[in-house]
Design a protein around this ligand. Structure first.
Ligand code: SAH
Ligand code: SF4
Length: 355
């Protein structure tokens, strides 16, 4: 049915949108639940799979709606098979990527919210691509359904979703929150709000807006520096929203939600990994319900920065913990498949480095 024009992507619909459509088609309302469960619990996306629906109705459904807008164009697995990355082409040919990480019983997806990113962080491959466009909520959801379908083959399920792929989720706030709400819907996919983590570069008005919504979704802030001078040199948007403004917004968030915030810290050798920086960070975070997630930098082709050594990483963690700030070191999983933010899509769009 791809020759149909103006077909709406099904995953952009909420349950009540579907109810309205089914009502205007004069179909019985129980069809809504049938379709919703087919899509979000069985991950069907082809007409034949909906065999319990009358044939004509099925055809109408697939004429009005499309159930696929992402084409997987490359799938790569890490050597240990624990990390898998898929590069998708969107209908307008922009590329995005999503990553599945298997760790113990967890099946965590890292998904994208935008094609490219407008924030231009100097250490980030996506940032170096520039901004292409926002993803629709349905395109965000489709990444999840793709992996849910893959995992279902071995009777596994998605257990966690982090919005840490390409793009800045709070720059595409409404579509991101709508996608989470739909995936959270108990009548369908039903993944609990606490299983989601939104990571933001620190868009202050959106952190406050998010706090006001009083949701159970986890929040992570990409901090990476303790002074505005340093942070602005890595993260240009810091010139607009300073560290002080971010910390104030985070305090507001914790006060409103009573939820622990994660601070992300990409450790860059000789840049933000010294013992004195660790002490400054501990000082900055004093009294905030939080923990720090340090991750040795994933080097990208466009930037000169290199990851900190194992020893320096450990030392950084120890200092934070001495000051009572819980700190975990995120293992750099899937380094052999360029599982870092946006690295595969960059390769695909740069002919000189095509793999
Ligand atoms: N735009 C959001 C979410 C996507 S980036 C944000 O910036 O938070 C997800 C995380 O990957 C962020 O913490 C970001 O700082 C980090 N990141 C980006 N490039 C990286 C790299 N080369 N090495 C390590 N972490 C990186
Ligand atoms: Fe965008 Fe996040 Fe990359 Fe910065 S780190 S450029 S905000 S995706």
């Amino acid at each position: 049915m791809n020759n149909q024009i103006n077909q709406e992507l099904f995953f952009n619909l909420s349950y009540s949108d579907l109810e309205k459509t089914i009502a205007t088609w004069n179909e019985p309302s129980f069809r809504v639940q049938q379709i919703w469960q087919g899509v979000y619990q069985k991950f069907w996306n082809e007409p034949d799979q909906f065999s319990s629906l009358p044939k004509l109705f099925r055809e109408k459904l697939f004429t009005y709606f499309k159930f696929s807008s992402l084409s997987p164009i490359k799938v790569i697995s890490s050597q240990d098979k624990e990390t898998q990355k898929t590069l998708f082409s969107l209908e307008d040919n922009y590329a995005i990527e999503a990553v599945l990480m298997k760790y113990d019983q967890r099946r965590t997806l890292c998904i994208s919210t935008q094609a490219g990113c407008a924030m231009g962080c100097v250490f980030c491959a996506t940032g170096q691509m520039g901004f292409k466009r926002h993803l629709q909520s349905g395109e965000i959801i489709e990444q999840v359904l793709y992996y849910a379908r893959e995992l279902a083959k071995s009777e596994e399920k998605v257990t966690n979703i982090v919005l840490m792929g390409m793009g800045e989720p709070f720059h595409n706030y409404d579509a991101t929150l709508k996608a989470i709400d739909l995936l959270n819907d108990q009548r369908g996919f039903g993944l609990g709000a606490r299983r989601f983590t939104i990571s933001t570069v620190g868009l202050v008005p959106m952190i406050r807006k998010f706090a006001d919504e009083d949701r159970q979704i986890n929040l992570a802030i990409s901090l990476h520096a303790t002074t505005n001078e340093e942070r602005s040199s890595l993260i240009p948007i810091n010139k607009k929203y300073s560290i002080e403004q971010i910390m104030e917004a985070v305090r507001y968030y914790v006060e409103k939600t009573n939820r622990r915030v994660t601070f992300e810290w990409a450790l860059i050798a000789g840049k933000n990994d010294s013992e004195s920086t660790a002490r400054q960070l501990a000082h900055l975070l004093r009294g905030i319900l939080c923990h720090v997630n340090v991750i040795p930098l994933n080097p990208t082709s466009q930037s000169i920065y290199q990851p900190s050594s194992k020893e320096q990483t450990k030392l950084f963690q120890q200092i934070l913990e001495q000051f009572g700030i819980p700190c975990t070191i995120r293992i750099r999983r899937g380094i052999d498949i360029q599982a870092g933010c946006g690295q595969l899509a960059v390769k695909m769009t740069d002919p000189s480095t095509m793999i």
